[in-house]
Design a binder for this molecule. Sequence first.
Ligand code: DX5
Ligand code: ZN
Length: 217
Amino acid sequence: MATCMIAPSLLSANFANLQADLEMINNSEADWLHLDVMDGVFVPNISFGFPVLKHVARLCEKPLDVHLMIVNPEKFIPEVKALGAYMMNVHYEACVHLHRVIQQIKETGMKAGVTLNPATPVAVLEDIIGEVDMVLLMSVNPGFGGQKFIENTLKKVRDLRALMERTGASPLIEVDGGVNLDTGKRLVEAGADMLVAGNAVFGAPDPADMIHRLRNS
Ligand code: DX5
Ligand code: ZN
């Protein structure tokens, strides 16, 4: 049996009663809470912003894993820090000066994660991998919950493990999109440390039990 860490994604929660879903998360084995911020520019959808997240942060007892699917994410480093976030993830594809953005995030005391879209190869991380605390591999095209897992992600997890061995870097490997009991198990076998799960958790009859099962799949 493989074990991994689980970050439920709030994107699939009941937005009309976030408090109830946050209480479920607080009382579950979830390791982090994953928060998907979208701008309708970098991705073709808009989710929630900082006025909402301020209240989510107040009610959530788990570390916050903020995934910014926005252009110019460096503009919002102070807002993410003000939430008390543990991890701030920015997209490789959204940062012209990725090295600078990573340093700026780390200077605040937050952990810095770099996210890759499905079409972006792991090889682009060669000269930044030693600087990041986490690599977030998208296993769907970002913007929506409930999409089908892209199988090539398993190869990317293995490529990332190989790059880490070759360079001696040791960021966490997180995977986001289409994670369920089947894909989650295969991702952990390939080398993933942390799985994001939206639909699989919030669409389950017993979400807390699903978090437990995903963790031990
Ligand atoms: C997609 C988001 C994901 C999303 C995952 O753009 O980054 O975090 O919530 O949802 P599922 O697990 O339903 O694919
Ligand atoms: Zn996400």
